[in-house]
Design a protein around this ligand. Structure first.
Ligand SMILES: [Zn+2]
Length: 304
């Protein structure tokens, strides 16, 4: 064979190889359960509520989650993400946050297919928080971290917790507010979560409540690509979701209600009534949180 013929022949062989590889890729997409899960995630219209608590109802953790899920059923919500137990201490001691998380674990156990949980921590107690993160997320069923008002979130004491959460592929939900009446001493603002995000570009962070004063909140996190906007809580003010979509993109806006402190209907109405596309609504109501949780759910062998 002359060199030229050999080149042609090699080219033909490479083309054939590429064709075989492409056919195999299509075949594996059709038969690989992982690939079909990604496919269905990209089109699913299921509603997930990413922010709720075991409040507004009474009884044991099992009775409360059961009751809350009947409300969710009524509103067409497939899954809920819950955090905090019965205590709701602003600055919980390690003993208190462990007790809160034990309550949550009972509720999660009762509603395995319907509820996911985030572990509640206090970053002022680094070692105890890391141990609790390991207990509930690494070794337990929880899939994220909830940080509330124990310490403002730009504080470097959050770093070890966010680093460990990122290693575990866990989502970090940070309550943020800009109250016109003034924040609590250790209550975080959206610009403080932007500072935290700059130190942890690989972390997945959600700024809860869009900061309350949402026009400033949205602008504060706009440049932080790994910060997502939780739209839970506050009144369903006209223009809020529209501005979040316009400034951040629909893929960075996430529905949550903050039940039972807020009604599911009023919080869902923020999205259903917004002047945005159907695809944007699908992402906000469930597509985005499923995408963010997919790595940890996959690592844990849990289904979406
Ligand atoms: Zn809440």
């Amino acid at each position: 064979m002359r060199p030229f013929e050999r080149r042609i022949s090699r080219r033909a062989m490479l083309a054939r190889t590429a064709q075989v590889a492409a056919t195999a890729a299509v075949a594996s997409t059709l038969h690989d359960p992982q690939a079909s899960a990604i496919e269905s995630e990209a089109t699913s219209t299921a509603v997930w509520d990413m922010h709720g608590h075991l409040t507004g109802v009474s009884g044991t953790p099992e009775e409360r989650i059961t009751q809350l899920l009947t409300y969710a059923d009524r509103m067409g919500i497939e899954k809920v993400i819950i955090f905090l137990g019965f205590g709701r201490e602003h600055e919980p001691s390690p003993e208190q946050f462990r007790r809160d998380n034990d309550v949550l674990l009972r509720a999660l156990d009762q509603a395995r297919d319907r509820a996911l949980g985030f572990v509640y921590l206090n970053p002022k107690f680094t070692d105890e928080s890391l141990k609790e993160l390991d207990r509930c997320v690494r070794d337990g069923p929880m899939v994220g971290v909830k940080l509330w008002v124990a310490l403002r979130c730009h504080d470097e004491r959050l770093d070890p917790i966010v680093e460990r959460a990122t290693e575990l592929k866990a989502v970090v939900f940070q309550h943020t507010w800009l109250k016109t009446t003034g924040n609590l001493p250790e209550e975080s603002t959206p610009s403080e979560i932007a500072q935290l995000a700059a130190r942890h570009p690989n972390a997945t962070l959600i700024a809860g409540h869009l900061g309350g004063d949402w026009e400033r909140g949205i602008r504060s996190i706009r440049a932080s690509q790994n910060v997502y906007a939780g739209i839970s809580g506050s009144d369903p003010t006209a223009g809020m979701v529209e501005m979040a979509v316009r400034e951040l993109g629909a893929e960075r806006v996430i529905y949550g209600s903050d039940f039972g402190g807020r009604s599911l209907a009023s919080q869902l109405a923020k999205v259903y009534g917004a002047d945005i596309s159907q695809e944007a609504k699908r992402l906000i109501l469930g597509g985005n949180i499923r995408r963010l949780l997919r790595p940890i759910l996959t690592a844990k062998g849990m289904t979406l």
